[in-house]
Design a protein. Structure first.
Length: 336
């Protein structure tokens, strides 16, 4: 074994490296995973125990020699390459471009939505993504037998110390409840964040998505103010020529309720266009105000919620929500 190591050491010493191709050939022959140095170490099991220390030292000596030979040759070739430049070489040529990162299209859309609501006088509130039954359902006027409580729609985690269900929040509305519990009216804030629903993955739905909800509580808040706010948002987000409509809806936590659609048409000449819902809204139900100890006789308010993915799909004419989560660089590079 020692003779083989001595022979390998001589091979390393005698190896001639005069260019980059020979440098790479040296690395492959001696230092790669399947190279001669690694193969030598794999034979350690053949060595008797009383010889292992001596053989191990000899092996490490050859390994260090090979590594040193490679590094010195690499530096020598780099110096030679630099010295070979002459007056005809243009050293002012720009370096090859490096790829730079950028914000994800969902983040870009969310930031634009935040900026719009800042302009409309709203602040931002955040809350936990793991919620209890009271904040996620009960305080929002969901009856005990409401379908949204079913496991088909909600990710249930476990029971808390009070034997209450803990869930991954299905909307950011619980942040509204927490805000009303902690702050006296007037309240004017939006609640952006991730939400989770136990839904089948398809081009139009995903088990994780992002919402922006809003809440305005004060004296004498009217549905006319709600309509004006929604119309202002639509025009600021999609342009003043956006075609929109408001129609009646139903939500457990608002009464009366409205849904807002915009007219969506692609660049395809065969596409006739269609109405697409972008948000649900309404006047805060008195039961919700009572659940957080706000007098519904003295205060009124409105709330709404919208999906960030839906807005991004419309803004960029994308027809599959899953593409936002595939991390395909070819797609993401379009949003630099």
């Amino acid at each position: 074994m020692l003779d083989d190591i001595k022979k390998l050491k001589q091979e390393v010493t005698d190896y001639s490296i005069t260019n980059k191709d020979e440098l790479e050939a040296f690395r492959l022959e001696f230092l790669s995973r399947n190279g001669k140095v690694q193969s030598m170490f794999s034979r350690m099991s053949e060595v008797p125990n009383e010889k292992k220390a001596e053989v191990g030292r000899a092996m490490n000596e050859v390994k260090n020699l090979a590594q040193k030979t490679f590094e010195e040759a690499e530096k020598r070739l780099e110096r030679k390459e630099a010295a070979d430049l002459d007056a005809t070489d243009d050293i002012t040529l720009p370096a090859p471009p490096y790829a730079s990162g950028s914000f994800h299209p969902l983040t870009q859309t969310l930031e634009e939505m935040k900026n719009i609501f800042y302009r409309l006088g709203f602040s931002i509130a955040h809350g936990p993504e793991i919620e209890d039954d009271f904040h996620n359902f009960t305080a929002l006027n969901f009856p005990p037998n409401h379908p949204a409580r079913d496991e088909q729609d909600t990710f249930f985690i476990q029971k808390n110390k009070n034997n209450e269900d803990l869930v991954l929040r299905t909307h950011t509305s619980p942040v509204q409840i927490r805000l009303m519990q902690e702050q006296e009216p007037p309240i004017r804030a939006i609640m952006p964040g991730r939400v989770y629903r136990n839904e089948a993955v398809s081009p139009k739905s995903y088990f994780l998505f992002h919402q922006v909800e809003a809440l305005y509580i004060d004296t004498d808040v009217s549905i006319a103010e709600l309509k004006e706010t929604l119309i202002s948002f639509a025009k600021l987000m999609f342009g003043t020529d956006v075609k929109y409509r408001l129609r009646p809806g139903y939500f457990p936590f608002t009464e009366p309720s409205l849904e807002m659609d915009i007219w969506w048409q692609t660049n395809d000449p065969n596409d006739d266009g269609k109405w697409l819902e972008i948000l649900g809204s309404g006047m805060v139900d008195p039961n919700v105000l009572e659940a957080v100890d706000i007098d519904p006789e003295g205060y009124t308010g409105f709330a709404w919620g919208m999906g960030v993915e839906r807005i991004a799909l419309l803004r960029h004419q994308i027809d599959d929500i899953r593409i936002f989560y595939n991390n395909d660089v070819r797609f993401l590079e379009q949003f630099h």
